[in-house]
Design a protein around this ligand. Structure first.
Ligand SMILES: [Zn+2]
Length: 219
């Protein structure tokens, strides 16, 4: 059985108890987890398993492998506390969803330009496109529409489209349904105010950088 990913069922969990299911040197697996591992451009969470700092979280298929310091003494069957750096995760959740809104609004309003990549950390998100000209020309529309969506505090549904394969999507009724396996807030208002910045990365590519411009709600 691959690890049960509680960060999908409840992305607001900050600490749980879990059982170690396997240990290979400094790498351990768990029966359940709240610690997201890098995928789809979303950075891994920081956190602890037992009293050990997680040095690396790696998703492979449906399993997640956590690397701990080499002197850890955990063994299969141990029950441990698992905790994440919530401040970092919540910034990532807000920036991730801001990036989802930017991407979807660009697709809906500008003839679906090709996306090259995306990356989300606790400090900023970015989305890159093949784009002729200056992508900052989209910012008045993007900023106005994002402000509307955030102010409307709409419900964001995050669910499985295929539970066996662990494929997920998010949906805002009447706006969009998008495949994504990241962690999303429950309401658009949680994103709060944002700021967009253009970065011309050359070769016909343009980057939209997204920053949080104010505090979000406190959990
Ligand atoms: Zn997403």
């Amino acid at each position: 059985m691959p690890v049960k990913k509680l960060f999908w069922e409840d992305p607001y969990l900050t600490a749980i108890e879990a059982t170690i299911t396997g240990v290979t040197g400094d790498v351990v697996t768990l029966d359940r987890t709240i610690v997201f591992a890098f995928s789809g451009g979303q950075q891994s969470d920081s956190g602890t398993i037992g009293r050990y700092e997680i040095l690396d979280a790696r998703k492979d298929g449906l399993e997640i492998f956590y690397t701990l310091p080499g002197d850890h003494t955990l063994k299969a069957g141990d029950i441990v506390n698992v905790a994440i750096d919530w401040e970092k995760r919540y910034r990532i959740m807000r920036l991730h969803f801001a990036a989802e809104l930017v991407l979807e609004l660009v697709y809906q309003n500008y003839d679906r330009p090709e996306k090259i990549g995306a990356n989300i950390t606790a400090d900023k998100a970015r989305v890159d496109f093949f784009w002729d000209g200056n992508i900052a020309e989209t910012f008045p529309l993007l900023e106005a529409r994002i402000r509307e969506l955030v102010d409307a505090n709409l419900e964001i549904i995050s669910e499985f489209s295929d539970e066996a394969d662990e494929r997920r999507y998010w949906e805002i009724g009447g706006f969009a349904r998008v495949a994504c396996g990241g962690t999303h807030p429950k309401r658009t208002g949680e994103v709060g105010p944002i700021r967009l910045k253009r970065n011309n990365i050359g070769g016909g590519k343009e980057r939209i950088e997204i920053y949080l411009a104010g505090p979000g709600p406190v959990y």
